[in-house]
Design a binder for this molecule. Structure first.
Ligand SMILES: *[C@@H]1O[C@H](CO)[C@@H](O)[C@H](O)[C@H]1NC(C)=O
Length: 186
């Protein structure tokens, strides 16, 4: 092939690749509501739960963009943390539990409180478009729940089931905010 013909084809390939990339990015930025939710949740390890969570806001979900979805997933996780906290408070007062479990739960109450406020902080960070900070707060919330798990003796303790569910919710929020931070081809 002529040198200039080769150059021409390389150029054509580059343009095709760039257009393709631009179209792919456009999908996360232009899709909304159910079709965006379906795309985003293909990235989640818990796809059905992801769809359930992101569709849970009857007012916002139908027309949600990526930022709305991030906020919906964070609120969902924060509400879950409040629920776990309420259950923990009841368990702490349960006399039938052994003292070391009660102590573990008391420690947990503190870390869950932390997780809850970290999730609130991540929502605030998203509102002002500080996406990097959002990721930091989310990771802190996940670390809090790990600490909590470790502070209660035994593997299948009372909070394990709840914390597994909570961790899934945090991971869904991480998936959505990561996409907001680094839009990738879906
Ligand atoms: C937290 O969310 C999970 C998954 O949706 C749910 O199964 C669990 O009951 C929730 N826990 C609380 C305390 O709301």
């Amino acid at each position: 092939m002529e040198h200039s013909t080769k150059f021409f084809w390389v150029l054509v390939l580059c343009i095709v690749a760039m257009t393709y990339q631009a179209n792919a990015l456009e999908t996360v930025e232009t899709l909304k509501g159910e079709s965006l939710i379906k795309k985003v949740c293909t990235l989640s390890a818990t796809r059905n739960l992801c769809i359930e969570v992101l569709s849970s806001d009857s007012y916002k979900s139908p027309n949600a963009n990526l930022k709305d979805l991030a906020i919906i997933s964070l609120r969902f996780a924060a509400t879950n943390a409040s629920g776990i906290l309420a259950e923990t408070k009841i368990l702490i007062d349960d006399d039938k539990l052994s003292p070391d479990v009660q102590q573990g739960l008391a420690d947990c109450k503190e870390t869950i409180l932390d997780a809850e406020s970290q999730l609130e902080d991540s929502i605030a960070a998203i509102m002002v478009d500080s996406k990097g900070e959002t990721q930091l707060w989310l990771k802190a919330a996940l670390a809090a729940i790990d600490t909590c798990d470790a502070s209660i003796p035994g593997d299948d303790d009372i909070l394990s089931v709840e914390s597994v569910a909570f961790r899934k919710l945090c991971n869904i929020a991480i998936t959505v905010t990561k996409l907001l931070l680094h839009p990738i081809k879906l």
